[in-house]
Design a protein around this ligand. Structure first.
Ligand SMILES: Cc1cc2nc3c(=O)[nH]c(=O)nc-3n(C[C@H](O)[C@H](O)[C@H](O)COP(=O)(O)OP(=O)(O)OC[C@H]3O[C@@H](n4cnc5c(N)ncnc54)[C@H](O)[C@@H]3O)c2cc1C
Ligand SMILES: *[C@@H]1O[C@H](CO)[C@@H](O)[C@H](O)[C@H]1NC(C)=O
Ligand SMILES: *[C@@H]1O[C@H](CO)[C@@H](O)[C@H](O)[C@H]1NC(C)=O
Ligand SMILES: *[C@@H]1O[C@H](CO)[C@@H](O)[C@H](O)[C@H]1NC(C)=O
Ligand SMILES: *[C@@H]1O[C@H](CO)[C@@H](O)[C@H](O)[C@H]1NC(C)=O
Ligand SMILES: *[C@@H]1O[C@H](CO)[C@@H](O)[C@H](O)[C@H]1NC(C)=O
Ligand SMILES: *[C@@H]1O[C@H](CO)[C@@H](O)[C@H](O)[C@H]1NC(C)=O
Ligand SMILES: *[C@@H]1O[C@H](CO)[C@@H](O)[C@H](O)[C@H]1NC(C)=O
Length: 535
């Protein structure tokens, strides 16, 4: 900071301190007296004048109006006030998230700007939230009513390192942006399967990928995180720098520990691959359950293979009229019908549109699977031991619980089984392991995740009740048969689920200890609204 400006600031502080001690004056005097503690390298005369003017507005502003006004001075071109007629909201995947309106949105462009927003939020006590791809489903997951929305979208760097071993990925990217850059370079990273999902949330919560058989989840393949901590410091977190925090970030979710301003993702050579959706008539459900379950058991025989199994309801005139099934076989080499898919390949698909597999690339596959609806949405998830009969019985429960709701406007129930085969779990232990509490001492597992959509808020209670009944009936069945598992995947969880308990007592306590160590003032607990919090 320039000496002349500094002297000017001090003078102003003295003046203000004499005038009054309401929150706006004290906040602004703190900024003026020590801009460096707000991550600001210097204030121009014009900025000082604007801050002084704000200070004079005093108690006329709410805390968040004050915070947003201060930010408009400090980061002028990147702050939008929702009260402005020209304000354009940013899109979210679910209608519940989109329904919340922040006091302002800050389209941050650097770690320094994130730190400034954080420091202002703290000094004014205005809550904030952080949005990457905005695919969390519940209200407030990455949106906020009357607070600061930190929108990461501008931080969209994707740069392959000279040695091709890592890729610097900005936290505002969605996965198709990443694949668009990497596919032509003949490399890839362990990331999401759908185009529009964000790098931030998916990676911080876990990250199921087509490449998980070879490398584990996305969170197991981050060489380094650049993070803005609760105290505003910007640090690098890797197996050798802040190793405890590195462990916590591998599955602990973002909102307890810091805001990630860049990911260095481990990168591998990757050419074209085989994959795509297959659609089936519901009459194939039992064969599909057998084939999927056998795949999960046998997956360690071929780390290049990936398979999920899903069920949904849709009317696509001429093709699908009601409940149907789908799989997503994918193979990390340009090889169609690898032998590990022999059983699933025998199951007949729906005519004409039923087999969409081809030799493809990550950009293409992620766009083919992209979901573009903006309906009301809810997730919920549980984990089971891999068992074909349980899957068959759960499919029946799905039909029982979804059928009475079929007349609800826009009703689109879906649920899936994701593989947690032993080769995936084994990869989770590399570089010091992750926080998820999964072990190869257990049997292979399968994650069941629900994604139900509908149109009208008046149907919310009906849908949530059916979702809860379906899940609790499924869990009862699994428990009776000794097939239950405690793990709850944070990225597929509903707001009411206790995800960290699902990581096991030891891991939950360790995460809490690390949280307290890095955020002793409970900044994130008190100001970062939404998503899943450690105590
Ligand atoms: C259509 C669809 C497809 C999906 N496919 C997959 C899949 O293939 N594999 C899989 O594992 N999951 C998948 N998911 C689940 C997905 O991982 C979660 O919904 C995830 O939270 C989305 O991340 P996001 O960045 O888009 O979400 P956001 O809503 O932007 O963020 C989710 C949470 O992460 C926090 N966060 C985001 N960025 C940062 C950051 N830089 N620093 C700190 N915290 C941050 C947010 O504050 C928020 O709490 C899918 C979800 C949908 C809706
Ligand atoms: C806050 O301070 C300003 C500037 O000193 C003053 O004009 C205003 O009246 C004060 N507001 C309250 C509620 O005290
Ligand atoms: C705002 O964002 C742009 C990128 O869009 C960036 O260049 C600029 O430094 C940011 N900050 C300010 C104060 O405008
Ligand atoms: C990815 O596949 C699409 C569709 O086949 C094709 O148009 C595109 O050129 C491919 N990209 C690369 C880098 O091969
Ligand atoms: C599921 O498969 C079983 C066994 O083939 C069959 O009896 C049942 O009708 C199927 N369910 C549906 C909804 O088609
Ligand atoms: C792969 O198997 C499907 C049947 O599941 C078949 O239609 C297709 O022709 C096969 N592709 C190749 C390249 O063998
Ligand atoms: C994917 O879907 C999202 C909405 O979820 C949309 O915003 C985005 O443009 C889509 N991306 C592509 C590449 O189609
Ligand atoms: C849906 O509505 C139709 C007529 O509108 C009715 O015949 C049918 O029974 C309803 N189905 C359910 C499941 O309520």
């Amino acid at each position: 900071m320039k000496a002349q400006l500094f002297a000017f600031s001090l003078l102003l502080v003295t003046t203000l301190a004499n005038a009054s001690t309401n929150s706006s004056t004290s906040v602004i005097s703190q900024i003026l007296s020590n801009p460096a503690s707000f991550g600001i390298s210097g204030l121009s005369g014009a900025e000082v004048t604007q801050l002084q003017a704000l200070s004079n507005q005093g108690g006329a502003l709410t805390n968040c109006q004050l915070a947003c006004s201060v930010l408009s001075v400090l980061i002028p071109s990147n702050v939008s006030l929702s009260s402005s007629p020209s304000y354009v909201p940013i899109p979210y995947w679910s209608a519940q998230q989109a329904a919340l309106t922040p006091t302002c949105r800050v389209d941050v462009s650097s770690a320094q700007e994130i730190a400034i927003v954080l420091q202002v939020s703290k000094v004014v006590s205005c809550p904030f939230t952080v949005k990457s791809g905005g695919h969390a489903a519940f209200a407030g997951g990455s949106s906020i009513q009357d607070g600061i929305l930190i929108n990461l979208a501008k931080m969209n760097e994707v740069t392959l390192s000279a040695d091709r071993k890592t890729t610097r990925v900005g936290p505002g990217n969605v996965w198709s942006d990443v694949y668009k850059v990497l596919d032509p370079l003949g490399v890839s990273v362990v990331g999401g399967r759908e185009a529009g999902v964000g790098v931030g949330g998916l990676t911080l919560g876990g990250g199921i990928s087509y490449f998980s058989g070879r490398y584990g989840w996305a969170c197991d393949n981050v060489a380094n995180y650049e993070i803005v901590l609760a105290n505003g410091r910007i640090v690098n977190v890797s197996p050798t720098s802040e190793p405890d925090l590195y462990w916590a970030f591998r599955g602990g979710g973002g909102s307890n520990f810091g805001i990630v301003s860049a990911f260095d993702l481990m990168t591998f050579e990757q050419g074209p691959l085989w994959g795509g959706s297959k659609l089936y008539d519901m009459s194939q459900n039992a064969s599909l359950a057998d084939a999927f379950s056998n795949f999960v058991t046998n997956a360690p025989n071929d780390d290049f293979a990936h398979l999920y199994l899903a069920f949904a309801y849709a009317v696509i005139p001429g093709f699908v009229d009601g409940f149907f099934a789908t799989t997503g076989p994918t193979y990390g080499k340009p090889v169609a019908n690898a032998s590990i898919f022999a059983e699933v390949n025998k199951i007949p698909t729906i005519p004409v549109i039923g087999d969409q597999t081809s030799i493809s690339n990550m950009t293409q596959l992620s766009i083919a699977l992209n979901q573009t609806s903006f309906a009301r949405e809810t997730f919920k998830t549980v984990t089971f031991k891999n068992d074909a009969q349980l899957i068959k019985d759960v499919i029946q429960l799905f039909i029982e619980e979804a059928s009475p709701l079929l007349n609800l406007t826009g009703f689109a129930p879906a649920f899936a089984f994701q593989p947690l085969s032993l080769n995936i779990i084994e990869q989770m232990s590399k570089n010091g392991g992750n926080a998820l509490g999964l072990s190869t001492d257990d049997e292979p597992l399968t994650i069941m995740n629900l994604n139900w959509g509908w149109a009208s808020p008046t149907d919310d209670a009906t849908v949530y009740a059916a979702v809860d009944r379906f899940v609790s009936r499924s869990v009862s069945l699994a428990t009776q048969r000794g097939l239950d598992n405690r793990f709850i995947y944070i990225n597929y969880a509903s707001q009411d689920q206790d995800v960290f308990a699902g990581y096991g007592k030891d891991n939950e306590r360790k995460l809490e200890r690390i949280r307290r160590e890095y955020d002793p003032m409970n900044v994130f607990e008190s100001l970062w609204t939404g998503y899943f919090k450690l105590s």
